[in-house]
Design a protein around this ligand. Structure first.
Ligand code: BTN
Length: 335
């Protein structure tokens, strides 16, 4: 993992440029007690290594348009109720391959600190993972890249449905932020009017004595510039586009944490059942004719919701309902 060292020039420059205002090379040099050439090199590093979009206009200086709302552990703690705060270990990472992989390494190295929940959040992921081997585009300083490790006395098989319950926790978080018109595409893709807003990726590590650690990874788009979004190969949206304003990412993380942990406590007792109605209410394809693609196999059917284990229920042309546990769902073109 690489990280922006707090004593280093790029980090110091970022602390000034995050306000979204223009700062001349001279003023930056004066404030940070550096030469203009050191400032220039630092800015170059921010653009080349962290892919930050920094405007440079002669006579005015450097600016990060719109500014940056950086992650801050104290702010997350301030927005988290005390009893929960005391159960949380927070790893705030600057640049990491993937927050899920970071927690997977932590679980495997058995260096856990003993608190019930360990969350990893990052400013940037260099190899963010989406479902089914897709890449999750994760530019610096925007969006939510969140993973939570939950270690429980369950067999991995008992975890089926967890990702659907996690999608419900994300929907609850987004609704509390004021977003209406949300939908879920089986099993756990979160859409806003057919544009992808958030996603869930769960990794399971089976341990001895029937214990399992689930790494619940959640990505939420908070802001994507046109340039950053140009590499995304599907319709997308962000909280900024929907709500027309920036919401403090630290507040979003604190809220997400509360909803994910409340979901875990309920799932631990009752599995997916308490979440099924809410999942079905948000089903993007409810009652629609769909195609489930599994490799070269294409299964046609009508969407009939989910089973107690989170399997997809499809009604075939003989009115028989069949269960499926994997595949990529898409809408059937109407003729
Ligand atoms: C999807 O919809 O394909 C799932 C996206 C999950 C992305 C999150 S971001 C935090 C965590 N770390 C990862 O590498 N992936 C998940």
């Amino acid at each position: 993992m690489q990280s922006m060292n707090k004593d280093k020039t790029p980090y110091k420059i970022l602390q000034v440029l995050k306000d979204g205002q223009f700062h001349s090379g001279e003023a930056l040099g004066y404030t940070l007690e550096m030469t203009r050439s050191a400032i220039w090199k630092g800015v170059k590093q921010l653009t080349s290594h962290y892919h930050l979009e920094i405007e440079s206009i002669s006579g005015r200086g450097y600016r990060i348009k719109g500014g940056l709302n950086l992650l801050d552990k104290n702010e997350i703690a301030r927005n988290t109720p005390a009893p929960l705060r005391e159960q949380l270990q927070i790893s705030l990472l600057d640049q990491v391959e993937s927050t899920n992989d970071y927690l997977l390494d932590d679980v495997r190295s058995e260096t856990r600190c003993g608190l019930p929940y360990h969350i990893a959040i990052a400013e940037q992921q260099t190899q963010g993972r989406g479902r089914r081997g897709h890449q999750w585009h994760s530019p610096y300083g925007h969006n939510i890249y969140f993973s939570l490790a939950w270690c429980c006395n369950k067999d991995p098989i008992e975890m089926s449905g967890l990702s659907l319950a996690a999608a419900v926790a994300v929907i609850r978080t987004l609704k509390q932020l004021g977003v209406e018109g949300l939908g879920v595409k089986w099993p756990n893709d979160i859409y806003y009017h057919n544009q992808k807003l958030a996603g869930v990726l769960i990794d399971l590590v089976g341990e001895s004595y029937g214990r399992t650690t689930a790494i619940i990874g959640i990505g939420i788009n908070t802001y994507l510039s046109e340039k950053a979004a140009s590499v995304i190969d599907q319709p997308w949206t962000s909280l900024h586009d929907i709500l027309g304003q920036f919401i403090d990412r630290n507040y979003i993380i604190a809220l997400l944490c509360q909803h994910v942990i409340a979901m875990i406590n309920q799932f631990n007792q009752d599995h997916l059942e308490p979440f099924i109605d809410e999942w079905n209410q948000h089903d993007c394809f409810k009652g629609k004719k769909v195609i489930l693609t599994n490799g070269t196999q294409h299964i046609h059917g009508t969407m009939q919701g989910i089973s107690k284990k989170g399997e997809l229920l499809l009604e075939d042309e003989h009115a028989t309902i069949k269960k499926y546990s994997s595949g990529e769902l898409s809408m059937r073109e109407s003729k």
